[in-house]
Design a protein around this ligand. Structure first.
Ligand code: SDX
Length: 431
């Protein structure tokens, strides 16, 4: 990785410092500044990490200018077309696509870990019924460390493996239980005869009073949504999981931290915020008013589902999601869904507006996902939990990659201090 021949030279106060240039397999070179503070007594400054590589990773690669997303080198479009979520889970965790025997073993292990310890059901009953399901998920996933004591030791590869399997298997069950609890319906147990996505729909939408049959086309759309959300380089929630994991925190605590971070409307909460925005816009004729607000510097309003730190072209996931939206709405016979009409018109208007063109703001993964999920019958409060359960494999893959790095260190950023210099305490009568 290190290109020992190439260095960058920094000149500061008449002294020069050589910074090694590290070259990736694909993407921008990086300047290795690990020794800079020791050599030059200066920090670098990059609060939003816009120009900073916090780690090296072999899992996911994004080319923001091309609108390219690769999971272990495989383009997301090909995986969305030919693969399925659990196969993508195996790929992200292990680095290669599984053969038939490996896939059968992996799917069998996940399937047999989908139930939760029965006593964990009590955790849900401590929450108000109107709690946001993300609050419940953060609480219950964090509390898994109070139950599964045989998979907490991060230094034991087997325990790391068991924790990974448990979370990939159980997150859909937890998300479905959070949903059922919020609508006052009984929890529905997972079924081992259903595939991963069908099982999730079954646990969300079946009731004891009648038979529920999962529509295969909806299960396929759900599976595709999970695939599209599985991993995405060092986004805010993945970076949260890595930072939490760097202290040696147990895997359940790290994933709970990732769920908490994903909840923000600038990140995974954008799918809920986007649908709420489309609903607020209501009709096509009100779109210009919202475009004007998005452009107004004095208005904090942002067009939810648009823009991305990395993609300065179409988010490839949004393209796939848009196709799914058309398929699902056709299947459900909601062709003239007013929200979809507003979304499509908003997309066209925004893509031709000079503000969005100049700032390279394109629809992202969250722009169409909410429309599909709403058409499937999910309330907006369940959109981010579905993002969270889908991203769990990405968080865990990144966490495993970090933990198994022998050179790993606790993450401990420095700062540009702008506060008071040292001063003596002032007695209250002298203030
Ligand atoms: C996800 O990181 C990931 O990979 C995340 C994710 C993943 O899979 O993990 O892809 C998932 O989080 C997708 C993003 C979902 N969020 C939204 O849709 C919320 C709306 N988008 C914005 O909040 C924003 O675009 C961000 C947060 C996504 C990106 O913000 P950046 O990279 O910090 O960019 P910025 O805020 O500096 O914006 C650059 C300019 C600014 O204007 P100027 O200060 O240069 O004048 O573009 C403007 C912004 O005001 N801008 C927008 C806008 N997004 C950016 N203006 C209007 N509407 C928007 N949506």
């Amino acid at each position: 990785m290190a290109d020992t021949k190439r260095t960058a030279t920094l000149t500061l106060d008449g002294k020069t410092y050589d910074l090694p240039v590290l070259s990736p397999t694909v993407g921008p070179d990086v300047l290795d500044i690990r020794k800079l503070y020791a050599q030059a007594d200066v920090f670098t400054y990059d609060p939003g990490f816009t120009s900073t590589a916090a780690c090296d990773s072999a899992i996911t690669y994004i080319d923001g200018d091309k609108g390219e997303l690769l999971y272990r080198g495989y383009p997301i479009e090909q995986l969305a077309d030919k693969s399925h979520y659990l196969e993508v889970c195996y790929l992200l965790l292990n680095g290669e696509l599984p053969n038939k025997a490996q896939m059968a073993d992996f799917e069998g292990r996940i399937t047999r870990h989908t139930m939760l310890h029965e006593q964990i059901h009590n955790f849900f009953r401590g929450f108000r019924r109107d709690s946001h399901p993300m609050a419940t998920m953060v609480g219950v996933v964090g509390a898994m460390s109070a139950f599964y004591h045989d998979s907490l030791d991060i230094n034991d590869p087997w325990q790391r493996e068991v924790a990974a399997m448990r979370m990939i298997a159980k997150l859909p069950t937890i998300a479905a239980m959070a949903y059922k609890y919020s609508i006052g319906q009984p929890f529905v147990y997972p079924r081992n005869d259903l595939d991963y996505a069908s099982n999730f729909l079954h646990m969300c939408f079946s009731v004891p009073a009648e038979t529920y049959t999962v529509q295969p086309a909806l299960a396929k759309a759900m599976d595709r949504i999970m695939m599209l959300h599985a991993d995405h380089e060092q986004n805010a929630s993945t970076s949260t999981v890595r930072l939490a994991g760097s202290s040696g925190a147990n895997p359940f605590a790290c994933i709970a931290a990732g769920i908490a971070c994903l909840w923000g409307p600038a990140h995974g909460g954008a799918n809920q915020a986007c649908l709420e925005m489309l609903r607020e816009i209501g009709t096509v004729d009100r779109i210009p008013e919202f475009i004007a607000r998005a452009k107004d510097k004095n208005d904090p309003f942002k067009l939810m589902g648009f823009g991305h730190r990395v993609y300065k072209n179409f988010d490839p996931r949004a393209k796939v999601m848009k196709e799914s939206a058309d398929e699902v709405l056709d299947l459900l016979g909601v062709h003239n869904n007013p929200l979809l009409q507003v979304a499509k018109e908003l997309e066209q208007i925004a893509l031709h507006d000079e503000y969005f063109i100049e700032k390279k703001l394109y629809p992202n993964v969250d722009f169409y996902s909410g429309i599909i999920l709403e058409a499937m019958g999910f309330p907006t409060s369940m959109f981010t939990p579905i993002f969270a359960l889908s991203r769990t494999v990405g968080w865990i893959s990144q966490w495993k990659e970090m933990i198994s790095d022998p050179a790993g260190k606790i993450g401990r950023p420095r700062q540009l201090y702008t506060g008071a210099v040292a001063r003596d305490y002032l007695e209250v009568e002298n203030r």
